[in-house]
Design a protein around this ligand. Sequence first.
Ligand code: AMP
Ligand code: ZN
Length: 481
Amino acid sequence: MNSYQPVALYNTLTRKVEAIKTYEPGKVRMYSCGPTVYNVAHIGNLRTFLFQDLLKRVLSASGFSVLHCMNITDVEDKIIRDSQVGLAPTANNSDRLMKMREFTDHFTRIFFQDLEALRILPANFYPKATDHIPEMVAMINELIQKNLAYLREGSVYFRVKDFKSYGQLSRIDLGDSTSEIDDRDEYDREHVRDFVLWKAAKPAEPYWDSPWGPGRPGWHIECSAMGRKVLGEHIDLHSGGIDLIFPHHENEIAQSEGCLGHPWVTHWTHGEFLLVQNEKMSKSLGNFYSLKDLVDQGIDPIHFRFMIQSNHYRKLFNFSFEGLRASKASIERIRNFRRRMEEPTSEGIASWEGPLGPLDRLNHARNEFWAALRDDLNTPEALAALYTMVSDLNALDDRVPFSFLEKQHIILFLNEANQIFEAWPTVLAESDQEIEALVKERIQAKKNKDWKRADEIRNQIQSLGITLEDTRDGQSKWFRR
Ligand code: AMP
Ligand code: ZN
């Protein structure tokens, strides 16, 4: 019996929102194109990795088991250019390969630190291109044997005209050869659309030996070869940023289906770009941020995480510092509400007789929350349901204080929602406990008529960004500002 809930997701291949169909029931084999580790990731890259995290969390919360593979591109033109600086002309190939590995290891480590700071769930596999050269060579050989690839001056190219369904994903006009200018190579090709599978080494470049001479793999072949090795011949879900649809993903399909002879990926999913000041991020415009740049400005990575996750993954999103402040305020609202639900209350089962009590409202919000997420990861709608619930229940609790059991149900839902957003604590945070202790100490000081100490504590609490409100019964409530 299936114990999972269907999840619908836009499929770039069909241009429709469709329920995810898996090759094996309940198990999602998911491949994501990972970082090119020639520099630290920028916040646009991180938006794409956060979108993949959201997708995985919604699938897991819906009962699917997810097997996730994300490659690390650790050989490529810019990596070679930047990693070989300072090497003596007499350096041999193993020195060059070692230098390249040291260089990419450094940025790979930073990449993993960024994932951790953003609470992105780790993938099951992170294969590196340079650890899979034999698999790529074997795949290129298969393509040559099938007449889908040919050799030119030590490089190997894919023969696009003989792969009949080329263009199925990007729906590019095959008559228009200007759109793939980026993918041009300096070597002679049969046709301008043909793309490189193996690049002959230039002097002073690190290389691997191959049946076609020294060289290195092209970018596209790594995903086809490693995806096959790690996840097998059928991939349920393949994802990346929208810029990868063409040529990268189109070429991955050509290579993989050219070899396998059957459809390879069922569902293709792409995240929209992050803009800064409504423009593409670039170093020359000075609008390029890494996560560290934000942290250096005092930004909590969780506020960045929440800002990204609050917006729909298929909409362009403009990064701003106001947006970060707004997401901090939204998180604080939920935290304050959660703490309120933890405050002691009367025993008893229900505060409310009849409909539209706290549990009805909770169930309504809970259904809307999950329905929105399972409908193409609609986080804005899911959060709208949560925010409405928080306002309603705050007002309701003012009128008729909730019972312990009602509060427990509400806390359980907040914890459940946090499995997706990872933005508010699921247990009372240490910092909350410190504030609670100060509040109690101040109440005691007031009882002892030690006004000086009570004022000192009030100032201390306020300096932590907390608003304190004394209630008529001699207690105090506090909120984060
Ligand atoms: P790269 O490290 O350049 O291979 O890119 C890693 C991932 O980031 C890919 O899935 C890209 O599609 C994605 N990406 C690049 N720029 C942006 C951006 N500005 N916004 C969102 N995703 C991006
Ligand atoms: Zn890829």
